[in-house]
Design a protein around this ligand. Sequence first.
Ligand code: FPP
Length: 245
Amino acid sequence: MESAATSHADLLPPPAHVAIIMDGNGRWAKARGLPRTAGHKRGAEAVRRTVECAREMGVSYLTLYAFSSENWKRPQGEVTDLMGLLRLYLRNEVRTLHKNGIRLKVIGDRSRLGADIVALIEESEAKTAGNAAMTLVLALSYGGRQEIVEAARRIAVQVAEGRLAPDQVDEAALSRNLFTEGMPDPDLIIRTSGEKRISNFLLWQCAYAELVFLDVLWPDFDREDLIGAIRDFHGRERRFGASGG
Ligand code: FPP
């Protein structure tokens, strides 16, 4: 039976879109005298727990920042480890995602990813495309500025080819040309590990998101942390720029 602390009955409706900057794997490992890769491995377990919990709560979109454009600058060995974990996740978890009605979508610059990872992504997206219980969005090789630049470039081509008039370039046109086309903007963005930055994550989409910063390191993130963040979200008054009255 659920305890009062882990019950989420009072959290309905949950935010439609929760996005998480998963941070602190390295510090979690360091505190235990373990290699950074051990932290990432435990981080992948936290991903599994969080996906399950978000789906149970009725979240419609869960976006996880798994690898940023800037993460390519990490030492080669660490990049290889992270890519290995992603490969394992895509190979082993997609069956579970599919069984649980979860659709997988990957956003980011695929041209920098290995051909086998791109093939796994395409296969997983195709397999789960018809699922409607929740959409899990993995941001891989993702950077918000790069995404906006790419959208601007696509719009420029459409204007140059006469498919779009300059005065049709508006917020909706920009949104349509982002990786997140068709998705609602995040309502709640959580960052773990005590850092209080957005770090190039969903820059356009975060305009009205509530931000929750938690001290917990990502490998320790659990159900109660997610519930606590959603409780915090519900305690805030969202005005989307309108006056408080
Ligand atoms: C930050 O920890 C986390 C990342 C670099 C990316 C998150 C990756 C995972 C959770 C593992 C694999 C993901 C999936 C989807 C299977 P950090 O290394 O920046 O920690 P630090 O700031 O303490 O050094």
